[in-house]
Design a protein around this ligand. Structure first.
Ligand code: ADE
Length: 335
């Protein structure tokens, strides 16, 4: 989760906003061209055979459109999408209840699939492979197993951490897709579409400013757009122009790279306290008062993507670009 995502995850307003902007047809879905092409092929072929699509796994950073794709596939296959998540499936009975309530050809979307526990996974294996549900009722010598046939269905799973998925589970997906960060041009197109859907006008320049600071992520772009709309509304402007975009970013303390205060603090600690590294993640975590997992998942992917941070076997290193961006002297012996 990016820091922006983490901060504003609360609030059903954000969720409704995201849902409202979700593309519901392939032509509206911008970017991820390779993934889209492959998926369309699979879906069209499955539909022609009147079969459900193979089980699918999407992985990638938060906000890149994994859930959006699951619902888009539902629309394309003209089926219902039932939704759950790894942590919500506490016991085998939870997944059994969902599977037995599926209508033929339904999609079961499982978010945060890396958090599915072992016992639930074991119910999923035969369900995904042969559409049978094996359940054990009771304990000890009197325990009974029974099997149930399930209707044809598709599991669409999403995770930010494909490496944490067990290999037996991973191997049961017919196709695995990695979602990439978007390029700035595609983010601009997404902003154009979203502004249109929200009924707000935005200048080309403002769109460019927001797109460049959106961390290559549609969810972040849409959120910045919404904040800029708030700003425009408050200052009685009927269009989001460059001043409006710049003032919004200033208010949110987001710089021209899309870094927030927390990202800059991260890099500053790395540079000031550890001479730019290499430093181990635990030492960095202690200095920042953050869990190593949060550093790995929240801070690092984007900083690495824009070339401000390197992960090496010896530890984390701030790059020359990070020094330049934060206007620090290049004292590191590494460059
Ligand atoms: N909104 C969020 N993601 C999108 C995408 N990939 N295309 C169009 N609109 C979006």
């Amino acid at each position: 989760m990016s820091t922006q995502d983490k901060k504003s995850q609360s609030g059903s307003e954000e969720i409704n906003f995201e849902k409202a902007l979700r593309p519901t047809a392939w032509d509206d879905y911008i970017g991820q061209e390779k993934v889209k092409q492959h998926l369309r092929l699979m879906i069209d072929a499955a539909r022609a055979r009147k079969e459900p699509c193979d089980h699918l796994l999407f992985y990638g950073q938060p906000g890149l459109g994994k859930t959006t794709l699951a619902y888009l596939i539902g629309k394309e296959m003209q089926t219902q999408v039932r939704s759950t998540s790894g942590p919500a499936l506490e016991k085998p009975g939870d997944i059994a209840a969902l599977l037995t309530n599926l209508e033929p050809h339904d999609i079961l979307f499982i978010d945060e699939a890396h958090r599915i526990n072992k016992l639930v996974e074991e119910v999923l294996y035969p369900a995904m492979e042969t559409r049978t549900l094996h359940l054990i009722i009771g304990k000890g010598p009197s325990a009974k197993t029974f099997s149930l046939d399930l209707p044809p269905f598709t599991i669409v799973a999403a995770t930010t951490k494909a490496n944490l998925l067990s290999s037996p589970l991973r191997s049961r997906f017919g196709a695995i897709f990695r979602l990439e960060f978007y390029d700035v041009k595609d983010i601009e197109k997404i902003l154009t579409r979203s502004a249109h859907l929200l009924g707000v006008e935005i200048t080309h320049e403002a769109k460019k400013i927001l797109a460049e600071t959106a961390r290559f992520t549609p969810r972040t772009a849409n959120r910045l757009l919404k904040r800029a709309r708030d700003y425009a509304q408050l200052y009685r402007k009927n269009v989001i122009d460059n001043t409006c975009a710049e003032e919004t970013l200033k208010l949110l303390d987001i710089d021209e790279f899309g870094l927030e205060r927390a990202d800059r603090d991260f890099l500053e600690i790395l540079i000031d306290k550890f001479q730019g590294g290499p430093v181990g993640i635990r030492a960095l975590g202690a200095a920042l008062n953050e869990e190593p997992g949060t550093i790995e998942d929240v801070y690092e992917p984007f900083l690495m993507q824009i070339g401000l941070l390197q992960r090496t076997p010896a530890g984390r290193i701030a790059t020359k670009r990070a020094y330049t961006h934060l206007k620090k002297d290049h004292k590191s012996p590494l460059f």
